[in-house]
Design a protein around this ligand. Sequence first.
Ligand code: ZN
Length: 293
Amino acid sequence: MTDSMKALRYHGAKDLRVESVPIPELLPGQVKVKPEWCGICGTDLHEYITGPILTPAVDKPHRLTGCTVPLIMGHEFAGEIVELGPGVEPGRLKVGMKVCIEPALFDDTCPPCLDRRRNCCDRGGFFGLSGWGGGFSEYTCLQEKLVHPLPDNVPTDIGALVEPLAVAWHALKAAGHTPDRSALIVGAGPIGLAVLFCLLARGCRQILISEVSPQRIKHALEIASSHPEVDIRVLDPTKEDVVVRAKELCSQGNQGPNVVYDCAGVQKSIDAAIGAVRKGGVGKTLQYSPIPK
Ligand SMILES: [Zn+2]
């Protein structure tokens, strides 16, 4: 093995380069992973179009990693363990095991971290956005606790989707979504469809989806057709008033859905979600777009 590898590095807006960089040193408590599949998140796209946004600019080193651009991108990935670092005993993790990644970076010392809310870390960042490596590289090293084994029947192309799926699952948990509650998903991109899969897994029986893109409407309808036992309706806001229809379709006197999930992150989707949700219902925002649409 040579001491250099290829990696996709972000230098700034519309400036991505495949470069030769040193293979990262495997530190105590870390695991070295060879990424096999890595997704492109909407956040990555925003960085590419108008960044640096979350990525630390040259004059603003990240508060935890101390890194700045250029840095390796990619936080939705899965791959194979190639080496265990000093102090990592073979057991839960072994060389050759297929794994997915939890890309959260945190300091484990601030009040939110000590309160076991490391996703709210005061100095938190993201692997693949804040430095210390990313999935678009031949090798990457992560803390042992951020590496999770995949079951034998889950290949790494599916494993790369665990991170966006976890975003959706967290939203359902935070909303306290029980099967008897109706839902409106605004935006049927990857995160919206991840919410749909989680609602189906939870046994929800009435799900409305609002989407404008014909391609995304097609994906949502395909999923709906394979679940005929669930009342799934796809609404197109260019053809009908989603707020009015959502109120009508979720019965009990035009009350609207119990829970709304904004998965588009633009003003129109936020307005639709807030307009449709029933009184005393719950709204969750899973997306934020810094780019006006
Ligand atoms: Zn912290």
